[in-house]
Design a protein around this ligand. Structure first.
Ligand code: FES
Length: 173
């Protein structure tokens, strides 16, 4: 992986980028995972970040910009736990609506919103490449699949006590 002198990722970050890239058949498909990593490390995506991520993945800046402008979450400081709910066809047919309803019930927020304590943000996403285990969501880069209301409630409960607002500081998990 060739990286320009604009590199701001640490070697550990670059290894994480490689891991994300390996999980997907194309660089375009890996883009959201890398953007999440970037926002967790450095906050909202800037023009420099767009160029940097494009170079890391071998995409054009326009490829990255189109995703960044589509998703509001890349324009604000990230929450500790950034939840992406896939609402593409397979997940929609298998219960993406239930996932969003359960999250609203548990967290009191819907897509595009962040809890007042900054712990959780919810966003709808296009296919995350896990259609066979729908419905699914990701928390940062971790996938949670074949979701039920109970599984979602248990997941949120597990994340809450482990992440007091003054302890996360926007760093990686
Ligand atoms: S449709 Fe949800 S992961 Fe593909």
């Amino acid at each position: 992986m060739t990286v320009s002198n604009e590199t701001v990722f640490t070697p550990e970050d670059l290894a994480a980028v490689e891991e994300i890239r390996k999980r997907y058949p194309t660089a375009q498909a890996a883009l959201m995972g890398v953007l999440h990593l970037y926002t967790r490390r450095f906050g909202p995506i800037t023009e420099k970040a767009i160029r940097h991520v494009a170079e890391l993945l071998g995409l054009t800046p326009e490829d990255v910009l189109s995703v960044v402008t589509f998703y509001e979450m890349y324009h604000r400081p990230p929450a500790r736990w950034n939840i992406l709910v896939c609402t593409n066809v397979s997940c929609r047919l298998c219960g993406a609506g239930m996932v969003l309803e359960t999250l609203r019930d548990v967290l009191g927020i819907g897509p595009g919103e962040t809890t007042p304590d900054g712990l959780f943000a919810v966003q709808e996403a296009e296919c995350l490449g896990s259609c066979g285990t729908a419905p699914m969501l990701s928390v940062n880069e971790e996938y949670h699949e074949r979701l039920t209301p109970d599984a979602i409630r248990a997941l949120i409960e597990r994340l809450k006590p482990a992440s007091p607002p003054d302890a996360w500081g926007g760093g990686s998990r």
